[in-house]
Design a protein around this ligand. Sequence first.
Ligand code: FES
Length: 105
Amino acid sequence: MFRKLEPSTREVSILVSGQRVEVPANANLACALLAAGVQLTRVSPVSGAPRLPYCMMGVCFDCLATIDGIPNRQTCLESVREGMIVEIQDGKAQYMHEASLGDYE
Ligand code: FES
């Protein structure tokens, strides 16, 4: 579906939902995920619908994913780094302080 305009000079390895994927170094992460054929970056907490990057400029929030353990990161505003770990965000993100409050409720 996507075609590179010019060949990558260097590729790096990242993990996407546990799968090793080779992507161009310093590429926009959302572009790299789309080019790699990733089918979703998050699942809507409202409808349960799968979502993919849409606006590519930080407005729609359809590209949210967990990056290196931090949820709600906009993949369209991130650059690829060697060893980056990207996880699909399934529904509403739970932050650490929310998780710890659960012990006291
Ligand atoms: S693709 Fe719209 S905010 Fe990232």
